[in-house]
Design a protein around this ligand. Sequence first.
Ligand SMILES: Nc1ncnc2c1ncn2[C@@H]1O[C@H](COP(=O)(O)OP(=O)(O)OP(=O)(O)O)[C@@H](O)[C@H]1O
Length: 258
Amino acid sequence: MIDAAVEQKESRVVLSARGLVKEFAGFTAVNDVNLDIHHGRIHALIGPNGAGKTTVFNLLTKFLQPTRGRIELLGSDITRTPPAKVARMGLVRSFQISAVFPNLTVRENVKIALQRPSGLARQFWLPLSSLDRLDARADALIDELGLAGWRDHRAADLSYGRKRVLEIATTLALEPKVLLLDEPMAGMGQEDVAMVADIIRNVATERAVLMVEHNLSVVANICHQVTVLQRGEILAEGDYATVSADPRVRTAYMGNDA
Ligand SMILES: Nc1ncnc2c1ncn2[C@@H]1O[C@H](COP(=O)(O)OP(=O)(O)OP(=O)(O)O)[C@@H](O)[C@H]1O
């Protein structure tokens, strides 16, 4: 039997947008978009080129200010909140703050990312050894992301896919409640795609994930909810099976009803 309390917790909306509009000099790039992003779920934003995915992403992370509409994070209105504050509140975009230093090891990279929320950020002149107390947390994160075998390897020596995983690890160090991933599979081979997909699935059990992704088989495999955008508007929404069977979505992608 499904535990009602668990069900309720898992379907909790952590990020929502209502009536989101973005106009650029009279051109409406995003028009009346409503979104609900849930804890414990992976939500995909898909659509043909120019559909408005990146603009929605930038609106949610506050890199762009909406022309109209309202955005709420964990019940707080963040419509006018600056991006750095939104990140501290738990809405973090991968690669927003994290940087991977190629000549440092996986563990050193994660430790540097971990010192940021702890308030040590300004003490960058301290030797790396001063970060020793972060070892346990760094190792837990490294284990969670399947990088234990690479802990002492230089970031530069990792495969492309594992570098991407390390980038996700440094983002998770900021303890996001909502993680936004912009095309996490871009440029990766089949094997790396499968590995990163597994990692994202694991990561999402304790957080909400919103991703823009062009690889539809990844969307089909790991995303619980899919929003299809076209010309700035929501064309369809639902699980992958539902939206991929929608004739309007097929037309948007293929230009006909085939
Ligand atoms: N700063 C801007 N000024 C003017 N128009 C813009 C700006 N940013 C985006 N647009 C326009 O808004 C529309 C949506 O662009 P956006 O980049 O959000 O689409 P996308 O779905 O992310 O596309 P892609 O899959 O190609 O990345 C496009 O027509 C684009 O030209």
